[in-house]
Design a protein around this ligand. Structure first.
Ligand code: ZN
Ligand code: FE
Ligand code: FE
Ligand code: ZN
Length: 267
C-alpha cells in the first residue's frame, strides 16, 4: 500500500474520529505511513470556522506525538496551510518554527469567495470560469514562490463542481504554474477526495498530471480524510493514474526532506 499524506482531525471542526481511529484504519488497510495535515490555524480570523484555534496547536502536536511510536503505521506530523491575500508575513515567521514533517499548500478562497464550499457554489453561476481559474492559479503561483511548502494539495480544486475551462485554456494556464512548482522543488499530491465530490475525479486530472510529469515534479498520495473510514480511499485508482501518466516513483517525506520511492505495481 501507499502512504496517505493528507488526513484531518476533529480540531478543524468539520472532521470526525480520534487520531487513533485514523491510525487503526490505516493499519487494517496495510498503509505503511500516514501524515496528519489538519487545517492550519489563522492569526487574523481567516476561515476560522474550518480550522483549529491558535491555542490548539499544542494539543494537535501532542495528540499526534502520542500515537507515534513503534506500531505500524508510521505517523507524521504535518499541516495543510492556506495561501490567501495577506497571509505571507505570518506564514513566513510561524511555519519554520513548527518542526512539521510535511507542509501542504492549499488555496480555498479567491478574494474571500470559498469557491469549493457547497454553500458558495451558486457564485460560480455569475463568474467567468476561465478568469476564475486564472485567478486561482495566480494564487498557487504566489504560494509556490514563497518556498514554504513541500507540495500543493488538490491542484485543480476549482473543478470540484464541474466548472472548467477548455483543455487548451487549462493547459496554457497550468503550464507556467507547474514550471514555477518545479522551479521551487515542490511536489504535487494525488488527492482522491475529488472522487467523492460532484466532479468525481482525482485532483489533479490526467491532463495536468502529464504536464507535471514532463517537468519532473514528484508526487505523493492523499485521501483528504475527514473521517477514519476515508483513509487510503481509492488509492488503487490514484496509482493507476500515476502509472498512466508515466510516473515510476513517488515521494516520502520526513522533516521536510523528500525521498523518491518506486511505485508498487498494484495495491
Ligand atoms: Zn477540511
Ligand atoms: Fe484543502
Ligand atoms: Fe484537506
Ligand atoms: Zn483539503
Amino acid at each position: 500500500m501507499l502512504p496517505d499524506y493528507h488526513i484531518h482531525t476533529k480540531l478543524c471542526k468539520h472532521a470526525e474520529g480520534d487520531v487513533s481511529d485514523y491510525k487503526d484504519v490505516a493499519r487494517k488497510r496495510g498503509i505503511p505511513e500516514i501524515c496528519f495535515t489538519d487545517h492550519m490555524p489563522s492569526a487574523d480570523g481567516y476561515d476560522a470556522p474550518h480550522r483549529m484555534e491558535m491555542s490548539q496547536v499544542q494539543s494537535y502536536r501532542s495528540m499526534i506525538i502520542d500515537i507515534q511510536g513503534d506500531s505500524v503505521p508510521d505517523v507524521l506530523l504535518g499541516i495543510e496551510a492556506d495561501f490567501y491575500e495577506g497571509c505571507e508575513v505570518f506564514l513566513r515567521q510561524w511555519l519554520p518554527l513548527q518542526n512539521f514533517d510535511y507542509v501542504l499548500g492549499s488555496v480555498h478562497y479567491i478574494q474571500g469567495w470559498g469557491f469549493d464550499n457547497p454553500s458558495e457554489r451558486h457564485i460560480w453561476d455569475s463568474v467567468n470560469v476561465t478568469a476564475t481559474w486564472q485567478a486561482y492559479f495566480d494564487l498557487i503561483e504566489r504560494l509556490a514562490n514563497l518556498r514554504l511548502f513541500d507540495a500543493i494539495s488538490h491542484f485543480d480544486l476549482p473543478k470540484k463542481f464541474g466548472h472548467r475551462p477548455s483543455d487548451n485554456n487549462l493547459k496554457e494556464m497550468a503550464k507556467p504554474v507547474l514550471d514555477c512548482i518545479a522551479k521551487n522543488d515542490m511536489g504535487l499530491e494525488l488527492n482522491t477526495s475529488g472522487l467523492r465530490r460532484p466532479v468525481s475525479e482525482i485532483y489533479p486530472s490526467h491532463l495536468i498530471l502529464s504536464l507535471a510529469f514532463e517537468r519532473g515534479i514528484p508526487i505523493c498520495f492523499g485521501s483528504d480524510a475527514h473521517r477514519p473510514d476515508e483513509v487510503g480511499n481509492d488509492f488503487d485508482q490514484a496509482l493507476k493514474l500515476a502509472c498512466e501518466t508515466g510516473y515510476t516513483h513517488y515521494f516520502r517525506i520526513s522533516q521536510r526532506k523528500k525521498k523518491l520511492t518506486p511505485l508498487p505495481e498494484t495495491l
